[in-house]
Design a protein. Structure first.
Length: 324
């Protein structure tokens, strides 16, 4: 068994999702965890020793969405509201985009490709300062945003099928399918490459995701005509709750109709997260990480505890964006 396969088995056994968010707890944590194994030896030791931190905190940006107003837009971009060929025409520089469309418009319709570049630059600075806590914190968040850019429904205003009578498709594509089928996915990506042009790379990623939206929606709609509601949906026990979800039969046939699209996008996310981490390190001058701490500091643990407490106590905000 390869080390990647072994690592994935650990993930399957220990990180079953609690509720669907973006790729779901399972998806985001799997992507960050497996991305560690794409790194070269100079990075692998430090990242692997902190792999539990990177795994557990892969979903922290989602936890902030409902209480931090500026968080939600960082996870998506509604390319279709900007007209035809928006993925090719939108300004790559954020200041230029604000000047053309206004800050309010961008915040309403998402900023994920621009924010990924911001986070990559923050990680480069963290490497330059050799701040272990900062490297890990930014790496965990960056992995989340890069993975979100790989989700087709994060590139459209019809993000949950709410405009086409397909409400719930968001969770079907990015949570239900990986939950049921990821144990059979091929996650081998090879080593993470250096990204010569990070801005171009993340825009190419959201473009690829956007190009898949039509099939995501169309195949679900076609398949729904074959399945009555009592066959399309089922009830399953999740913890102490009984929840209505897509049936295993419907989910598997949807996976087949998509020809493994979720698997491909998840594999892309693993490779791309590792590539952004690696690129930030190279751009920082390839600092020696061999003597870096193998665990986060007490200060970082306290910071996370304070943030968790604040998130639990803060009133829920109704920020515009992909809310369901």
């Amino acid at each position: 068994m390869t080390r990647v396969a072994a690592a994935f088995l650990v993930v399957v056994l220990t990180l079953w999702p609690q509720r669907p968010q973006a790729w779901g707890f399972f998806g985001h944590r799997t992507i960050n965890r497996l991305a560690v194994y794409t790194l070269p030896p100079e990075l692998l030791g430090f990242y692997k020793s902190n792999i539990d931190y990177l795994t557990e905190n892969a979903t922290r940006p989602d936890s902030r969405r409902s209480v931090v107003p500026e968080e939600a837009p960082r996870h998506y971009i509604d390319l279709d509201v900007y007209g035809d060929s928006a993925a090719y025409k939108l300004p790559r520089n954020y200041a230029d985009a604000v000047a053309r469309y206004s800050l309010d418009t961008l915040q309403r319709h998402g900023i994920v490709p621009w924010h990924v570049v911001v986070m990559k630059n923050r990680l480069t600075e963290a490497f330059r300062s050799r701040n272990a806590d900062r490297i890990l914190s930014v790496s965990a968040d960056l992995g989340h945003y890069v993975a979100d850019a790989c989700v087709p429904l994060h590139t459209t205003h019809n993000y949950n099928g709410q405009l086409t009578g397909q409400r719930g498709i968001h969770g079907l594509w990015e949570s239900r399918l990986p939950e049921l089928l990821a144990s059979g996915y091929d996650f081998f990506t090879g080593p993470a490459p250096y990204i010569e042009r990070p801005t171009a790379a993340i825009w190419a990623t959201v473009t690829r995701s956007s190009n898949a939206v039509d099939s995501v929606l169309r195949f679900e709609k076609e398949l729904t005509t074959k399945f009555p509601d009592d066959k399309k949906y089922t009830f399953e026990q999740r913890g102490n709750a009984t929840v209505r979800t897509y049936s295993r039969e419907f989910s598997r046939e949807y996976h087949q109709r998509l020809s493994g699209q979720v698997e491909r996008q998840m594999r892309l996310a693993v490779r791309l997260v590792g590539a952004f981490w690696y690129t930030a390190w190279v751009d920082a001058g390839q600092p020696d990480l061999r003597n870096m701490p193998r665990t986060v500091s007490a200060e970082e643990q306290q910071r996370l505890a304070r943030e968790t407490e604040q998130l639990q106590q803060a009133p829920v905000t109704n920020a515009p964006g992909h809310a369901d």
